[in-house]
Design a protein. Structure first.
Length: 711
């Protein structure tokens, strides 16, 4: 996520804005109930208009400081006193504070039969302020004894009664307040929606970029692996890690940028609002948070180990599916469908069992969360009702407290869902991806590669080369020493499993030798940069592998700078020109997946053409003529000798006819060099070669005197 720090910073700002908007809405709800409904839209003691009689009575209940604050806030107009419109916030606050308790006291007095008489005596001067305060104290009506919220409500009721005496429309005041609050709530909601859309967009884009980078990094690392690393992970596992695992990380990143960042902001903001409210019910929030955290931690301890098992079982199921899809003809040929279906069902059932366990665990978690949330709501209503009855809080404040509590609880539920569901699985997936990225290829370019001499032409020398596969106890090749010279064809022949293909794979460094060395023009190939080494080699693998696209695309695989004339020449050498010309689109003909629209011989010829198109110094043929008939085999080898006579050619083959005309033939037996020489020399001196040759051709054909000559 580090490259996305700018997006993350912007997302955090948007989420803070969204949380601020969402946390502001319960406050408006409280105002609608407390002020809009209970107080008819009169927010506080700061009345817009006061009669002269009430103004004087209020003044008698104030000290000099409060009287000065009120005089600064009001001006006389038509016998009444009107609130000034140019007051700053400090002046409004001072006047409000000065008016609140006197208004509450006058309203309280007006609710008792003796109250009106006391007010008249106050007007006539027969009763002083201290005497009224004493009377109110004796009757438990002292404003100082009223709770702060009850005093504010009493002051608002005084203002309402005052508006009624002055003929002001109370319904209009109430409706104006409700419209004002409603429009503000609508504006905040729209702003919150914009913040949410912006953060979701940026989070999705950042998550997608993270997934793209991971896919590129994993793919690049896999391409750098030697066969040893590919075999260690398995192809099926690498595919799963490159797709499913990265998708898990990408989705978790998006959820983290949206929910996991938003939930703590909401929870913190909600807790601060609850603390500020001073309702005396903060302990309910603490209890809720503690219970939900305990539940989340308990479920995480149970579920997280299962996610590791889940990914391994996904690998297993993909492996079985891939084996059957690639080997479907073999499965059908041996009527093993039922057996393979049972094998797949076993892998599928194991995966399903773990997934069911995880899903059932989370199925229990959601009802438990809802029970906690609903229980908290009941507690708030129970204890809140007692607070309303005692005058400590108002109904709107209790509604706002419930909303804040739900926001806090839902925030922890989001944290629980992301932390217990997505993050553990994403963590397992991230570890598997990291395992691939942290694996260093066993075959890599040296830190300071050597350059090949300018006079070199492709002379290959095996100097006492031995090789064993990773994790193997025995060598596959033993102490091989020979050389392959430019302009000559060196053939390798031997029984199946003797190490012929392994020998060829050592030259482009698909594996590195265990002991000894291989030199190219006198330089150990391990001291050459891999692109430099492999750029001089044209390889035709044992199994022809073409890529989806066009014929031209496949022939240009060795370099985009090749001209069409070079491609046509390579196709001519490989004896592929005729069947390419017969296709309607020629070199632009489509190659289907796995080249299923080409025969085996056509695929091999295209593979040969691809290898020789860039005219490499070294040509390696790994039993690449097996799908060709004898006539085409002969033509390809003759064209190679005539058109690419300066190249070093190594041919691994099973057919004697393919290697008879080679300048040098290597006979490999159980990984050892049993003999080397020309065909005629080996027919005289090598029993192993004689046995292979006579098992395929007659003596006349081997001597070149038969009616059919193979090369």
């Amino acid at each position: 996520m580090r490259p996305e720090w700018k997006a993350i910073l912007l997302i955090c700002l948007l989420l803070v804005g969204q949380a601020a908007c969402e946390l502001a809405l319960p406050g408006f709800t409280s105002s609608l109930v407390n002020i809009g409904v209970q107080q008819d839209g009169i927010p506080d003691a700061l009345a817009q208009r006061i009669s002269a009689v009430s103004y004087r009575r209020l003044g008698r209940l104030m000290d000099e400081k409060d009287q000065a604050a009120v005089r600064a806030a009001y001006r006389e107009s038509e016998g009444d006193f009107v609130l000034r419109g140019d007051l700053d916030a400090a002046q409004r606050a001072a006047a409000r504070e000065a008016l609140e308790l006197p208004m509450a006291a006058l309203f309280s007095l007006s609710q008792y039969p003796q109250g009106e008489a006391m007010l008249q005596m106050l007007d006539s001067g027969q009763m002083t302020l201290e005497m009224i305060r004493q009377q109110m104290k004796d009757r438990q009506l002292s404003a100082s004894m009223l709770p702060e919220q009850m005093a504010a409500q009493a002051a608002a009721q005084f203002v309402r009664a005052e508006y009624g005496r002055l003929g002001i429309d109370i319904g209009g005041v109430r409706n104006a307040f409700l419209w004002d609050q409603g429009l503000r709530m609508l504006g905040i909601t729209l702003l919150m929606g914009l913040f949410a859309v912006g953060s979701s967009f940026l989070g999705s884009r950042a998550g997608a970029r993270v997934g793209r980078r991971l896919r590129s990094q994993v793919f690049a690392r896999v391409l750098s692996f030697s066969k040893a690393e590919v075999d260690r992970f398995s192809t099926a596992s690498l595919i799963t890690r490159s797709t499913n695992d990265i998708n898990q990380v990408q989705h978790a990143g998006i959820m983290m940028l949206r929910m996991l960042l938003y939930a703590p902001i909401m929870a913190s903001g909600g807790i601060l609002r609850v603390i500020r409210a001073r309702t005396g019910m903060g302990w309910i929030i603490a209890l809720t948070v503690g219970v939900m955290l305990t539940l989340v931690l308990s479920i995480s301890r149970v579920v997280i180990p299962k996610f590791k098992t889940l990914q391994k079982l996904t690998d297993r199921m993909n492996l079985v599916a891939r084996e059957n899809l690639t080997g479907i003809q073999v499965v059908r040929a041996f009527s093993r469908q039922e057996h393979e279906i049972a094998r797949y069902d076993k892998a599928n059932a194991d995966l399903t069992g773990v997934m069911l366990f995880i899903n059932r665990t989370f199925a229990y978690m959601m009802p438990l969360m809802m029970i906690i949330i609903n229980g908290v709501s009941l507690m708030i209503i129970w204890f809140g009702a007692q607070g309303v009855d005692a005058g400590r809080i108002q109904v709107g404040d209790m509604i706002a407290f419930i909303t804040y509590t739900m926001q806090i609880a839902m925030s922890f539920m989001m944290i629980a869902m992301v932390s217990a569901v997505m993050m553990p699985r994403a963590e397992v997936a991230a570890q598997r991806i990291r395992e691939v990225l942290d694996t260093e290829p066993s075959v890599s370019s040296p830190g300071q590669p050597q350059a090949l001499p300018e006079t070199g032409r492709g002379r290959l020398v095996f100097d006492r080369v031995s090789f064993r596969y990773p994790d193997s106890r025995e060598d596959v090749l033993h102490d091989l020493s020979f050389e392959a010279l430019p302009g000559q064809t060196t053939a390798v022949i031997g029984a199946t499993g003797s190490g012929k293909s392994t020998l060829l794979n050592l030259i482009p460094r698909f594996f590195d030798v265990t002991s000894g060395r291989i030199t190219l023009d006198g330089v150990d190939i391990r001291q050459l940069a891999l692109p430099d080494l492999r750029g001089r080699i044209g390889l035709v693998p044992q199994q022809a592998q073409l890529f989806s696209g066009t014929i031209e695309h496949n022939l240009r695989f060795t370099g985009d700078g090749l001209s069409l004339e070079q491609l046509e020449e390579a196709a001519g050498i490989a004896q592929a020109s005729d069947f390419i010309a017969q296709k309607e689109d020629g070199y632009q003909s489509e190659v289907a997946q796995d080249a299923s629209n080409f025969s085996g011989g056509q695929k091999q010829r295209l593979s040969i053409a691809r290898a020789i198109a860039a005219r490499p110094e070294i040509l390696l043929f790994d039993d690449s003529f097996s799908a060709l008939d004898y006539r085409t085999d002969l033509k390809v080898r003759q064209a190679l000798r005539e058109r690419l006579g300066g190249a070093t050619v190594l041919i691994v083959a099973q057919r004697i006819a393919t290697v008879m005309q080679a300048d040098k033939i290597l006979v490999i037996t159980e990984g050892r060099l049993a003999a080397q020489g020309t065909h005629s020399e080996l027919m005289k001196n090598s029993p192993e070669y004689q046995q292979i040759a006579r098992s395929q051709l007659s003596d006349e054909e081997l001597s070149g005197e038969g009616s059919v000559q193979h090369g």
